[in-house]
Structures are given as C-alpha cells and as structure tokens.
Design a protein around this ligand. Structure first.
Ligand code: KIV
Ligand code: ZN
Length: 501
C-alpha cells in the first residue's frame, strides 16, 4: 500500500536562521498562511526561547494557522520546553520539538556530557514536554555522525518517554544516500518500539545531497521529511521542499508514496519567500528557477512542441507556474483587474483591492502592456513594515562629471520632512538626504540589488537593500518603472523595518 509522507516545513525556523533571511512578524505570518495553502503537514514556526520576537511570531502563527500542526523548537531543557509550550499552546494542533546532540564530537565539546547523561536528558525532556502536549517530536542532533548503536538507544528512550515523532538529522550535511538508507533500515530493525513513532529525516545540503538523502530515507521507511521552501537554511541550506515533493510526485512509480501538498502552490510559495528575503532563484535551480521549464536548444523546442514529454518530466502548470502572457492594459476596468487577481488565487479585502487597483492603473500609465509577472511583483512587493516614513516626493538632478543632487520629502505621521543632499550619483544623493531626515538610522548598507521584472525598456525595476543597525539586518524592497523611485522606496521600507523593534 502507498505511504503518505508528511511534509514538515522549517522555512520559518531553520530557513530563517540563515544569514540575511530574517523576517518580521507580518512576513512570517504571510508565509505561514501560504504554507497552509500549500498544505504542508507541520509548520515549524520558530525557536520560541531564542528571542522575544521569535516567541511572538510562534505565538501569532499558532493562533492563525488552523489546518497544519504548528511546532516550536526547544533544547532538551525545562526552560526551553516551557517557552515552546507557551508559544504553541494556542494552536489547533500544537507540537513541541525538542532536541539534543548525540554525536561524540557534539557530546564532548558542545554539551560536555557523557552518553549516559544524554540518554537521561532525552528521557527527561520528552517526558517533560509530554506533560504539556501529546504531540512531541524528538531530534537526535548530528545523528548521522553518531554511533548507530547509541543512536538506536537514544531513539528507543525518546519513544519510551512518549515521543510521537523521532527525527534523524544530518545536521552538517555529511551523509550520502546509502548511509541514510542504511541507518533508517537499521533503526527500524533494532529499535523495539519504533512502530510507536513516525520516523523523520532532516538533511542539510553541505555536499549538495540533501534532497537525495531525504529521498533515500523515504525509500527506507521514513514517513516525515523536514525541508524548507527554496532550500533555505543554515549554511548551504536544507532539503528543498519543492524538490522533494516533485520527486515523490514525478517518480511515484519508484517511491510508492505520495504527499498531501497542493503542488500548484509551489511556484507562488517560492516567489513569496524569495520576495520576502530579497533574493531570487538561480536561473537553473530545479523546479523554481527561471530556466527550469525553458527549452532553448532548437532540437528540444521541436521535441516539446511535438510531444511535451519528450523533454519535460513535469508540467509548469503542476507547480502553478503561469505563462507570462500579457494580461491587462490601460483600458482594463476595475472588474477585469479584480477578476484577474482572483484567478491568481488571491482573496483580498476591499481595502487591499483598492490599493492594488490604484497601483496597477498607475503602472498602466507608465507601461505599454502589463504581464502576469508585473502583477505578481506588485502584489508580492506589498509593504510589510510598520510604515513610519512614507515617500511624498523626490526631485533629482544628475549630469556627467558633476555631483548629483536630490531633494527628498518624507511624511512621518502628519509631519512633512524634507532634506536636500549631494551624492556620487542620484541614488547616493537620495540616500544621503534620507539619512539626514532619519538621523542616520541605517549604519551600513550591506547590499543593494536591482533587477528588471520583465524585458523592455519600460520594465518594472525591483530594488532590494540589506540594511544594518547594531546587530539587526533587515531587507527593504521597492518597485517602480523608475529605478530611482524603486531605490528610494526600498531604502525607506528598510528604515521602517529597522524602526520596528
Ligand atoms: O540540523 C539540525 O540538526 C536541526 C535540529 C535542531 C533538528 O536543525
Ligand atoms: Zn537543521
């Protein structure tokens, strides 16, 4: 009989831990809602004890999401488990996910504990979590560099204490598929109570084998896989959800299992996550890269036109990728715009629709034709900051061999603030003027990127900036057909985020 593989998404925990991927509460909530639409089984919403911000977002996600289990990570200590429980207790289906390392190197140098102490702590932590909730997951951190016999004892202990899921992480991305297969089969054979828990895997991608290792574990009997959208995560990331899910779907004949994922939500989810972290997919990234379904060579194009399956093993529609056709123009009425947004799967409130309508009409004035990508960019680039400052006006003067000048006017509550500044170029001048208004709130700009959404010289330019103040790094975004305006919007958006805490 075919097995159903549960998808445990850790984009908001392991994914968010990656440098440059931090998100604010509103962004995390939006991703959590999209993960629910994608129909993942478990959302790991964060690591509640790690910061007050993490606690708040796990709590908010727990109260919002109805159709997925919501989990918080906790080390194997009472304090961590208390925080995890407090954060997830409002969820319809809450889970505590507690972990301790089991490899010799971690036990000796990180934990400074003996193997017997780790066994005791495992039993105590799971039993403690179990007092709060019936749904408890236990992870043996660095399992793939652990002694298999000891790992089996730890897993058996965790299940005896009440763990309902036991997770076998390849924390440092060290394993190869054959080892993954062997360890899962070994645990299924040696752990006497293994049938009382789901077996999960959590593979990192340091050697580029996270997806292959995850799939090997599925073949060997794992029933839960932990992954992240776009493969985000510590260092080289985690197994990419879209790769694991589409491999299981496309090779159902080989794996003999299925997932509950609505694959048509894969592309929208991937785009939303990239937009929020201010990154784009490498063009050749499997499933979600721009070239994943592009056929350049004549012989391939000819083959696909004659019969799609000659060179395509999945269809773009399967992952919800819409053809980038022209969709709207200057004369499309409000009704056509509303209908198009609905067709894209968005359900907006009247107020939100008013905002998008205005933006799309404004774009129609600047751009000859509006494509699906333009609409997506406008919707994904919504302002998710507290909006302390808003751009009112700017005026820029620039010429070859002379410094640029920029006047910027921002609105803060009912106050209008205006400054003028010089700069090496128009964007530098604008940013200097904004720094004067905001009292140099941004201490360092770590990154500035611009990319055009579609071709053509009237394309939308999307700007992403990474701003630093103290220890905090935020992503600011702005989009316009005028790249100076997108640059200013991105900077103001980032500054508003810096002001959030
Ligand atoms: O990589 C890892 O081991 C983890 C655990 C905490 C599950 O992220
Ligand atoms: Zn991890």
């Amino acid at each position: 009989m075919e097995r159903r593989i549960k998808i445990f998404d850790t984009t908001l925990r392991d994914g968010e831990q990656a440098p440059g991927c931090s998100m604010n509460l509103e962004e995390k909530l939006e991703i959590a809602k999209q993960l629910e639409a994608l129909k993942v089984d478990v959302i790991e919403a964060g690591f509640a004890i790690s910061s007050p911000g993490d606690f708040k977002s796990v709590e908010a996600i727990s109260k919002t999401v109805k159709n997925c289990v919501v989990a918080s990570l906790a080390r194997a200590t009472e304090k961590d488990i208390d925080a995890a429980y407090e954060a997830v207790k409002g969820a319809v289906s809450p889970r505590i996910h507690t972990f301790i390392a089991t490899s010799p190197v971690h036990m000796q140098y990180k934990l400074r504990m003996t193997p017997e102490e780790v066994l005791e702590r495992t039993a105590a932590a799971v039993a403690y979590a179990k007092k709060y909730l019936s749904n408890v997951e236990f992870s043996a951190e660095d399992a793939m560099r652990s002694d298999p016999e000891f790992l089996a004892r730890v897993v058996e202990t965790a299940i005896a204490a009440g763990a309902t899921t036991v997770n076998i992480p390849d924390t440092v991305g060290y394993a190869v598929p054959e080892e993954m297969d062997r360890i899962i089969r070994y645990l299924r054979e040696k752990v006497s109570n293994i049938d009382k828990a789901e077996i999960s895997v959590h593979c990192h991608n340091d050697l580029g084998m996270a997806t292959a290792n995850t799939l090997a574990a599925v073949r060997a009997g794992a029933t839960q896989v932990e992954c992240t959208v776009n493969g985000l995560g510590e260092r080289a990331g985690n197994a990419a959800l879209e790769e694991v899910v589409m491999a299981i779907k496309t090779r159902r004949n080989y794996f003999g299992c299925y997932t509950g994922i609505d694959t048509k939500q894969i592309s929208p989810t991937s785009k939303l996550v990239y937009n929020i972290i201010g990154q784009t997919a490498a063009i050749n990234k499997p499933i979600v890269g721009a070239n994943a379904f592009a056929h350049e060579a004549g012989i391939h194009q000819h083959g696909v036109l004659a019969e799609r399956t000659t060179y395509e093993i999945m269809s773009p529609e399967d992952i919800g990728l819409a053809r980038n056709r022209i969709v709207l123009g200057k004369h499309s009425g409000r009704h056509a715009i509303e209908e198009y947004l609905k067709e894209m799967g968005y359900s907006f409130t009247k107020e939100e629709l008013d905002v998008y309508y205005e933006k799309i009409i404004e774009l129609c004035d600047r751009k000859k034709v509006i494509t699906h990508s333009d609409i997506e960019t406008i919707v994904y680039n919504k302002d998710r900051s507290g909006r302390t400052y808003e751009l009112e006006y700017f005026d820029v003067h620039t010429a070859k061999n002379s410094r640029a000048t920029c006047v910027v006017r921002l609105k803060k509550d009912d106050e209008i603030l205006e400054e003028v500044s010089l700069g090496d170029g128009p964007i530098n001048a604008a940013y200097n003027a904004i720094d004067k208004i905001t009292g140099n709130l941004c201490e360092e700009m770590l990154d500035y990127t611009i990319h055009s959404v579609t071709g053509g010289n009237d394309a939308l330019g999307e700007v992403t900036v990474k701003l630093k103040a103290g220890e905090r790094v935020v992503t600011g975004r702005g989009v316009s057909t005028d790249i100076i305006e997108s640059s200013i919007l991105a900077y103001v958006n980032g500054i508003n985020k810096l002001l959030e805490f």
